[in-house]
Design a binder for this molecule. Structure first.
Ligand code: FAD
Length: 393
């Protein structure tokens, strides 16, 4: 069997390797990653790991021995810099080259940065990796005031942790409500009230002009001229797919590596899975790029099946979660394009769900501390909406 090489030893890359072995692939299998750690899960980075409630071992996706036991050659600390498709060979940052038979790109995303005056000062950070959190945790300890740019789920999760550690926290958001990209007004309002109730200064409709300070940050200058004092500034304004390697190799790329239902790119010998991909969803009738554990795992399984010669057509029901204080938000489906919402349960009791419909059809459900409705929603979405299909919140 020809050698399969996976670039990116994260959630998707590790899953492709595991599923290939489980599916009976006995050929050589390499998993190349540019981080020093065994493959790990990222969700706790902005939650329990940042809070110091779990150590790095609590993040490993598999026990480190798993890879040797399964004859998976995990090569850490190694960055792939070029794909030579004609020679079917990879160039590595250290100057070495590696051949491949089939290649899988599982390179994930990078945190987006703001091109702001002063953004290069010490104390201005983004959060994507263990290395990032190691720095942020130390800085957070030494800081009294923390400013977070972006009220998406990562910004709000970090805000919750920082607040629980007793810090003064300001969250600055350009849009008129938090998590606007993914949830409805009702859910945004709930989270605004939650964070404000915990003592966070949530500044909506607010742009950022510059980062102030000398070598180190001292504050964030807002578009109105006001300066929010801070010793630590987290930029949490979304992520960009790591698709440059693919683009430079001449693969089709459009804000994500374009793949079909098998995870195959425009080169039949190269597949891709996880955050770095974009694919057409028949379910949602448009192309999508997802950033979630569900997608990384399920698309990786689909790629492994395709590599094993099995039929597969990946078109998932997406799901996602976020933990903020003792509140668990769970999202089933994609709500974009809804024309009606129904709320059940009570935001005042911190236990409710919002169902999103389009043309009377259920397309998504956001559940707040209501795991039963989330699980039910995952089963029901795709069927015609029936009120009695969802339980009390
Ligand atoms: P990654 O896990 O990012 O792995 C990609 C790997 O490839 C990285 O190690 C990267 O360094 C490496 N790499 C990239 N380029 C190269 C190269 N050229 N050579 C070698 N290696 C390379 N999802 C949820 O569903 N729920 C959550 O609550 C949640 N919380 C999150 C919190 C945070 C702070 C973050 C950052 C993400 C969170 N996510 C959450 C998203 C989830 O972690 C990602 O969707 C998932 O990790 C994607 O897996 P992946 O394998 O595609 O990418």
């Amino acid at each position: 069997q020809e050698e399969i090489v996976i670039i990116g030893a994260g959630q998707a890359g590790a899953q492709v390797a595991q599923s290939l072995r489980q599916g009976g692939f006995e050929g050589p299998l390499r998993l190349i990653g540019d981080e020093p750690h065994p493959p790990y899960q990222r969700p706790p980075l902005s939650k329990k790991f940042l809070a110091g409630e779990i150590g790095a071992e609590g993040l490993w996706l598999r026990p480190p021995a798993f890879f040797t036991t399964n004859n998976i050659d995990h090569i850490p600390n190694t960055r792939v810099t070029r794909i030579d498709r004609a020679a079917k060979r990879l160039e590595l940052e250290n100057g070495d080259t590696l051949p491949y038979g089939k290649l899988v790109l599982a390179t994930g995303t990078n945190a987006r940065f703001l091109k702001l005056d002063g953004a290069d000062k010490t104390g201005v950070v983004t959060l994507r990796s263990i290395a990032d959190v190691d720095v942020i945790r130390d800085m957070m300890q030494a800081s009294r005031r923390i400013a977070i740019i972006g009220a998406g789920y990562i910004g709000l999760e970090v805000a919750a942790v920082a607040r629980s550690l007793g810090k003064d926290v300001t969250v600055i958001e350009a849009l008129d409500r938090p998590m606007k990209r993914v949830v409805s007004q009702t859910v945004s309002d709930f989270f605004s009230t939650l964070h404000q109730g915990e003592g966070i200064d949530l500044k909506l409709n607010t742009g950022v002009e510059a980062i102030e300070g000398g070598d180190s940050v001292t504050g964030v200058r807002l578009s109105g001229g006001e300066v929010v004092p801070a010793e630590l500034v987290l930029v949490a304004v979304g992520a960009e797919p790591n698709d440059k390697l693919a683009e430079d190799a001449g693969l089709e790329v459009d804000n994500g590596i374009l793949v079909d239902g098998c995870g195959q790119t425009s080169d039949p010998d190269i597949f891709a899975a996880g955050d770095c991909t974009r694919f057409y969803s028949g379910r949602y009738q448009r192309s999508v790029r997802m950033e979630s554990v569900q997608n990384a795992i399920d698309q990786a399984k689909a790629v492994a099946q395709a590599l094993l010669g099995q039929d597969v057509d990946y078109d998932p029901l997406p799901w996602f979660w976020s933990d903020q204080y003792d509140i668990k938000l769970q999202i089933a489906g994609l709500s974009e394009g809804y024309d009606e919402t129904k709320v059940a349960g009570s935001p005042a009791d911190s236990k409710f769900y919002v169902a999103y419909l389009r043309d009377g059809r259920l397309i998504a459900v956001d559940s707040i501390n209501s795991p039963r409705s989330h699980m039910m929603a995952r089963r029901v979405i795709g069927e015609t909406w029936r009120d009695d299909l969802l339980p009390e919140a």
